[in-house]
Write a protein that binds this ligand. Sequence first.
Ligand code: FES
Length: 262
Amino acid sequence: MLQGGQFDNMKDTQAYIERIRRVSRDYQRLELAVDKSLSSMLAGQAVLARRIEKDYEIQHWNPYLRELWFPVEILNSNIIVVEVPAATSYQPGQLLSLLGPIGKPFKFRRKLRNVLLIVYDTPPTSLLMMLPALLANDASVTMVLMGTACQYDTGHLPEEIEILHAEEDLSWQDMVMTLGWADQVFVLVGPSKELSNFADVMRLVRERRNDVPANYIFGVFQRQLPCAVGACYVCMLRSNAGAKLQCVDGPAFDLTTLHLEN
Ligand code: FES
């Protein structure tokens, strides 16, 4: 599965936090001055980040020393923006080690008019970087928040995005119409019950749409990645085409092809 040249673009580089901006009660955005190699990242790609600090590993050690960060914005040739919980303390000037870019960019249909984002038990952060390009191309975007995602304050997101909150049974108003109208759907779930949450969403979709075509609904995985180079298989998924790895083949997979049972 590991192929020569596959990781030619991935680099271990240093960055620092240039600016910190609080965007809502619970979230802050960090503007990171990064190596130029990261400024061409596209929506769907991520970095593995860790602080460079004396004794940091000793004081905060865990088996996953790096956190998976999906940028929410690229500002210019060397600034990427990430959104992280406000409860985590960062200071401007903080040095970081970034490993990336990781993963493949999201694939969008050529003629894309309506995009549906379903966010279940997780903040929508990993999907946010696609928004500027979609809006610039006049696509309509609806975001449905489910479960704990309903607690995410969307006040700082572009006002053109339609935001809906699902009921406890995960249904939402005009569901049949929204699903029929969408040219492409991206589903983001929290990493704890990811397969069963994706299965819940697929059940809902199949109940309301006679046919769910290929390349219509994509699940976006955000597991922590111990190696990110296809070596450890912690991020392995089963699909109709055999084993797939989030770090190499993902993070987005056609949900009609994945085996979602645990
Ligand atoms: S993180 Fe090790 S194989 Fe994907």
